[in-house]
Design a protein around this ligand. Structure first.
Ligand SMILES: [Zn+2]
Length: 151
C-alpha cells in the first residue's frame, strides 16, 4: 500500500480495524511523503495542543511504529513522539479522527510530527474543525490532561 493519500480524498478501507461508521464521510488528511508537495505554515500553539489531545485518543492501532517519510528511517528517533505539557505520546502506531460537519478527517498520528517539525499545513477545514472545538480553552485542556494522566 502506498502511504501517500491526497488531502481530503476518500479514506479507503485498507485497515482491518475500523472505527468509522458506514455512514461517515471519511476523508484523508496528512498522509504526506517526500514526493508530493504540501502547504506550509508556522503552526499556532493551540493547534499543536489540539493535535496532541487527538493523539491521546488514537484509533486503528497497530503493533509497530511507522517512521517519518520526510526524516527517513535512519534519521528519526524511534518511535517519534509528541511532547507537550511535560508528557509524551509515541507516534506512528495509529490514526486520529477529527470530526467536522458531515465529515470525518482521518489522519496518521504522525500528523503531529509533520506539523510541528516539517511545517505541514493541513487543509483549512481541518484546522477550523479543531479551532471550533473547546480545545481552545486552556482550562478544559488541563482538565482532560489531568484525567488522562491519572490512568
Ligand atoms: Zn520527520
Amino acid at each position: 500500500m502506498s502511504y501517500y493519500r491526497e488531502d481530503l480524498s476518500q479514506y479507503g478501507n485498507d485497515f482491518i480495524y475500523q472505527v468509522d461508521r458506514p455512514s461517515d464521510d471519511v476523508r484523508n488528511v496528512g498522509w504526506i511523503d517526500t514526493t508530493h508537495p504540501y502547504n506550509k505554515w508556522i503552526p499556532p500553539e493551540w493547534f499543536l495542543d489540539a493535535l496532541y489531545i487527538a493523539c491521546r485518543h488514537k484509533v486503528n492501532l497497530k503493533r509497530s511504529y511507522d517512521h517519518c517519510r520526510l526524516c527517513g528511517a535512519l534519521a528519526s528517533p524511534y518511535p517519534l513522539s509528541a511532547d507537550r505539557f511535560s508528557r509524551k505520546v509515541a507516534l506512528g502506531d495509529g490514526e486520529i479522527r477529527v470530526r467536522g460537519q458531515g465529515i470525518v478527517h482521518a489522519s496518521p498520528d504522525l500528523i503531529y510530527h509533520y506539523v510541528e517539525v516539517h511545517g505541514y499545513r493541513p487543509p483549512d477545514e481541518f484546522i477550523s474543525c479543531l479551532q471550533k472545538r473547546k480545545y481552545l480553552s486552556r482550562a478544559w485542556l488541563y482538565k482532560v490532561l489531568a484525567r488522562l494522566h491519572r490512568r
